[in-house]
Ligand binder design. Structure first.
Ligand code: ZN
Ligand code: ZN
Length: 346
């Protein structure tokens, strides 16, 4: 099967690997949709992440979001051949407190699926086939496309959990920091629950998308009076709840200063640092901070129902499709920021 290898800074190639084989509760999924996520930074920088420092020049771990069709099972279990499924990210033990409570993303004992199944490939989503434990596959309702269903991964996932955790509702004005794919997903999730949304963003292409998805305003976090602009839009209080999706200090600072007293902040954007003054920044603002990575598997019925109801908005957020052979073109597009969520159709 075809899969992708990054071969250096802004250089990649399609490589052939063996199709994986099902074993125990690991099944084989033929991938129809693989949304692009953070891996473009590996392409841009040449695989500098810790996962890649194993002496492997063509790591089989590119891509962690997918939807497709079950084509092989090794034993009767939670899925059968022909089932249409969303492929949840990662591989997890299935036995620890986090796995058992649906918070598998925090599992501390992840298995090695390639060792377990004796396969040379099957971990990556930018490939024609992948392996997955059957309990990490969500059934796709009839009539829902693979592209829409795949948004249950990072397209909507971290934003969805932010809304669940903060119990966002129609009383809220949600400040969404960042208008990249995750921020745009947050606009969809917040407006779905009836909340008003104000965004922070600086990319005109994505500003248009955010407004089309229902954001009331997209403000520039670099404006000197940005806090005042947000307070003017929120009866002088500040946003009741905020979602930070960028990982940048600039955005985080606006969020922390423009969320109202006793409000809540969900932090989704990875990578940055933010110094927090314990008294003035936390105790005396009464802010609740939530680190949000993924979402709870037990909420899958609500996630899939939401995807069914917001389908048209997903067609706004998904701006480009590429075949697997053109993944380099897709990554170069992502580097420009002139896109929403980009999808690979292997
Ligand atoms: Zn576990
Ligand atoms: Zn992702």
């Amino acid at each position: 099967m075809k899969t992708v290898a990054i071969t250096g800074k802004q250089s990649c190639k399609i490589v052939k690997k063996q199709v994986p084989k099902a074993k125990d509760d690991y099944v084989v999924v033929k991938i129809h949709t693989a949304p692009l996520c953070t891996e473009y930074t590996d392409y841009r920088d040449g695989c500098t992440r810790a996962e890649f420092k194993r002496g492997d020049e063509s790591p089989d771990c590119l891509g962690h979001e997918a939807a497709g069709e079950v084509v092989e099972i090794a034993q009767p279990g939670k899925v059968k051949v022909g089932d249409r499924v969303v492929v949840m990210p990662g591989f997890w033990c299935g036995k620890c407190r986090f796995c058992l409570s649906g918070e598998y993303i925090h599992c501390q004992n992840p298995p090695n699926p390639l060792t377990h199944c004796g396969c040379e490939a099957g971990v990556a989503a930018y490939a024609e086939y992948c392996l997955k434990q059957d309990w990490l596959l969500l059934p796709i309702p009839d009539g829902m496309s693979y592209d829409h269903a795949s948004m249950a991964c990072c397209g909507l996932g971290p934003a969805f959990n932010s809304m669940q955790t903060m119990e966002v509702c129609g009383h809220d004005t949600v400040l969404v920091a960042g208008t990249g794919p995750v921020g745009l997903g947050a606009v969809i999730c917040a407006t779905y629950r009836g909340a008003r949304v104000i965004c922070l963003g600086r990319n005109p292409y994505r500003t248009k998308l955010a407004l089309k998805l229902g954001a009331e305003a997209v403000l520039d976090p670099q404006d000197k009076n940005i806090k005042q602009q947000i307070f003017d839009l929120t009866d002088g209080e500040g946003a009741s709840k905020s979602v930070e999706t960028t990982g940048y200090h600039l955005y985080m600072d606006v969020v922390m200063k423009s969320t109202r007293r006793m409000g809540q902040v969900a932090i989704v954007g990875e990578g940055g640092e933010y110094p927090l003054h314990i008294s003035d920044g936390l105790i005396r603002t009464g802010l609740q901070l939530h680190g949000i990575w993924h979402w709870n598997l037990a909420d899958a019925p609500d996630m899939m129902r939401m995807i069914g109801r917001v389908g048209g908005k997903l067609d706004t957020v998904i701006t480009h499709h590429f075949p697997l052979d053109q993944i380099e073109k897709a990554w170069q597009l992502q580097m420009t920021g002139q896109c929403g969520k980009v999808i690979i159709n292997p």
